[in-house]
Write a protein that binds this ligand. Structure first.
Ligand code: C5P
Length: 405
C-alpha cells in the first residue's frame, strides 16, 4: 500500500516523546510524503524546530499570529490529506475535545476536514484518568483515529501504559488511512466487541530442582501484542502469562503461571469461557521425570535426570461448547519447515496457525519485530513481511474476524 506524494500535517506537542516525532517525520518523508510540521510552544522545550525543518524541508509552523512572509496559516495547514498529532499530551487532547483553539496546532485541527490521527503519550496515571479517557472517547466518536500508547518503561521512570506508539506503527497506520480504500471507521476498528479472547504468552519453566529450570527465549511480546490489539478492537481479554516481565495493560486480566502443567490447568479452565484462544506461549516440550524436584542437585551427586515429554496442551483441549477457535503459533527453525507448521493445523485441531522462522536473528525471540505467515484450512496463506509484533497481531486479528463471521 504505497501512497506517495500526500500532504501530511504533523502536529507535535509538549511531551518527552516529541523526540519520536523526529523519527516519524523521517519515515513519512522517506515514504515520499510532503510533511509540514506544526509545533506547540511547549513542544519546543523538548525538541527544537531545526530538526523538523531540516527533515521536512519546510519551516516549522509555530505561531498563529505570525504575519511574516512565508508564514503558513492554520487554513493552509488544515488543507492536507492527513493530520497526525504525535505525541498528543493530555492537555492537547483535552483542548481538542473541548474545541479550544489557543495555538496554531489547535486551530489547524478545528479547520481540518481530512482524517485526524492522534497518538497519546503521558504518564500511566494521567492516561487512566477518566477525564483523559472521556476526552478520547469524545474524539473517537467524532471520527478521530486514536493510536493507543503501548505499555512499558516511561520517561518518568514508572512502568505502565502511556508510552507513545512506535513511529513505525504510526507510519503504517498513516499509510492505511491515506489509502483511499480505508476510512477512519476501518482504522478505528472495533470489530471484536463481545468476543472473549484468551491469549497464552511467554515461556514455561520446568524445574530441575528448587533453583534451576529448563526454559526458552520467549519474552511474551508477541502474546502481549495480540492481547493489546484485541483489547483495542473491543474484545474482553485474558492473558495467561508464563514468566513474562514486560509491562501490563490495565484493561487486561492476567493470570500468572510458571510450568507447562500450570499453563495447561489455566488454559483448560479459561478456554471454557472464551471464543478465541491464541496459543502464543512457547511451551516446554520436556520436563524432568522425577516427581519431586525439591532440594538442590549437588555437583558431586549422581545426576541421572530423565526428561519426559509434557502434554501437548492445545491438542488435548476439549471443545468449549461454543466452538471456540484455536489459533496456534509455530516457531520453526528455517523457512523449509513451513510445511511442518502447516501439518500442525490438522494434527493439533487448530482453526489457524501462525508460522515464523526462528533461525533469523533479526525477528522473533526478544525482538519487537516479526515476520509471519498466517495459515488456515481452505484459505490462501497470508504473508506479513518484517514489521512490528503489534502490526502482525492486527493482521492475525483481521483473519480471525473473517473466520468468525
Ligand atoms: O511446539 P510446537 O511447534 O508443537 O507448538 C505449536 C503450538 O502448540 C503453539 O501454539 C504452542 O503454544 C502449542 N503447544 C502446546 N503444548 C505444548 C507445546 C506446544 O499447546 N506442549
Amino acid at each position: 500500500m504505497k501512497n506517495t506524494g500526500k500532504r501530511i500535517t504533523l502536529g507535535v506537542t509538549g511531551s518527552i516523546a516529541a523526540y519520536k516525532a523526529v523519527e516519524l517525520l523521517r519515515l513519512l518523508v522517506r515514504a515520499g510524503h510532503d510533511v509540514r510540521v506544526v509545533q506547540t510552544p511547549s513542544s519546543r522545550r523538548f525538541v527544537g524546530e531545526m530538526s523538523f525543518q531540516a527533515l521536512s524541508g519546510h519551516p516549522v509552523a509555530l505561531d498563529q499570529f505570525d504575519a511574516s512572509a512565508g508564514a503558513i496559516s492554520h487554513i493552509e495547514l488544515a488543507g492536507s490529506d492527513l493530520m497526525l498529532i504525535a505525541p498528543a499530551t493530555a492537555d492537547t487532547i483535552g483542548k481538542l475535545a473541548a474545541g479550544i483553539a489557543d495555538n496554531l496546532l489547535l486551530s489547524t485541527y478545528l479547520a481540518c476536514e481530512a482524517p485526524v490521527v492522534i497518538c497519546p503519550a503521558m504518564n500511566t496515571r494521567m492516561w487512566n484518568h477518566p477525564a483523559v479517557q472521556e476526552n478520547l472517547a469524545t474524539l473517537r466518536r467524532r471520527g478521530v483515529v486514536i493510536i493507543d500508547p503501548g505499555a512499558g518503561e516511561l520517561a518518568c521512570g514508572e512502568e505502565g501504559a502511556g508510552r507513545m506508539a512506535e513511529p513505525s506503527d504510526i507510519a503504517v497506520r498513516a499509510e492505511k488511512l491515506l489509502s483511499s480504500a480505508m476510512s477512519t471507521d476501518v482504522i478505528n476498528k472495533v470489530d471484536l466487541e463481545g468476543v472473549r479472547v484468551l491469549v497464552t504468552a511467554g515461556g514455561t519453566r520446568e524445574p530441575l530442582d528448587s533453583v534451576r529450570y529448563i526454559t526458552n527465549r520467549s519474552s511474551g511480546r508477541m502474546g502481549f501484542a495480540m492481547a493489546d490489539a484485541a483489547l483495542v478492537r473491543g474484545a474482553e481479554v485474558t492473558v495467561i502469562a508464563a514468566n513474562c516481565s514486560i509491562a501490563r495493560n490495565p484493561g487486561i486480566k492476567y493470570i500468572d503461571v510458571t510450568s507447562a502443567s500450570d499453563l495447561q490447568k489455566a488454559v483448560e479452565r479459561e478456554f471454557k469461557r472464551c471464543d478465541v484462544l491464541f496459543m502464543t506461549a512457547a511451551v516446554s516440550d520436556y520436563k524432568v521425570s522425577a516427581g519431586d524436584t525439591t532440594g538442590k542437585l549437588e555437583r558431586e551427586g549422581k545426576n541421572d535426570l530423565q526428561l519426559v515429554p509434557t502434554s501437548d496442551i492445545v491438542s488435548q483441549l476439549q471443545g468449549n461448547g461454543n466452538g471456540g477457535l484455536k489459533v496456534g503459533f509455530s516457531a520453526e527453525y528455517g523457512e523449509d519447515n513451513r510445511e511442518r507448521a502447516r501439518s500442525k493445523l490438522h494434527e493439533k485441531g487448530l482453526g489457524m496457525i501462525v508460522f515464523n522462522d526462528i533461525s533469523r536473528a533479526d525477528i522473533g525471540f526478544e525482538s519487537n519485530l516479526n515476520e509471519i505467515t498466517i495459515m488456515a484450512p481452505g484459505r490462501d496463506d497470508i504473508f506479513v513481511g518484517k514489521t512490528t509484533k503489534r502490526e502482525c497481531a492486527e493482521r492475525i486479528l483481521d483473519q480471525v474476524v473473517e473466520l468468525l463471521s
